[in-house]
Ligand binder design. Sequence first.
Ligand SMILES: [Zn+2]
Length: 306
Amino acid sequence: MIQTVTGKISSSELGVCSAHEHLCIDLSRIKKDPDTILDDVGGMEEELRRFKRAGGRSMVEVTNDGMGRDASLLKKLSETTGVHIIASTGFYKDPFLPEQSASWNRDDFARRMLDEIRNGIEGTEVYPGIIGEVGSSHHEIKPIEKELLMGAGIAGIESGLPVTTHTTLGTMGVEQVELFLKLGLAMDQLIIGHQDLNTDDERILAVLESGAYVGFDTIGKNNYRKDTERIRLFEFLFERGFGSRILLSTDLTRKSHWHKYGGIGYDYVLHSFVPLLKENGFSDRDIHMLLVENPARAFCQKVITS
Ligand SMILES: [Zn+2]
């Protein structure tokens, strides 16, 4: 089963799923840029409707505590648009952690996540369906980020929820895997994010060989990396048999990413990247696997038997 903001659904109900998005977010406290505030509810609805018209059925919303998460709003958006939304529990990375968590250890982070998983997010009756996006810095896992990642792993083991991570420009993915492996988290419960920005192919392979999923979740952000490069990486990973471990998304966080401000929109994968995959010889079968089957497998909550 998969926990959405409106209740549990079976994995077969998930449909075409965007694996790593932000609908309602505010990173301006740190970024000092009003472009990094998404708070226009009408705009969110409009974007979700476009996503749905393009064939999208569900979205994993990885905004968490300290990033401007609004669980009640996500529920309302899901009800008005009919798009399944999966909400998150967790914290992002340094320096986005809320002040009160500055001195927390792994158990403190885990306790807070498990409390939201069991009792709802911030006093609402909206439950998270995923732990994340929990992350690390560029070429570095800072001490507080290590505690956060370990806390997420502990909460993942105890709850059975998938854990989805942020890596800064794709770096430290292998180190994140090692940390979760040491804890005993099942690797098919782990998604290492932003690996389409990792310029070291061998390190992406090393992440996949552990059994974890990888997020190709900044598709369309050609300022970071060209989509043609992403296609080359797809070819490289499909040839090696890892097509069933890749999750797609656009990771929009700015007003300027929305259609109404001239951006690509949450439907970009469906209206632009899928045609590019087809032009490059990927089959309908491959695309169905990427958009539907992989998320259904990756986001399913593990049944905890003990
Ligand atoms: Zn991220």
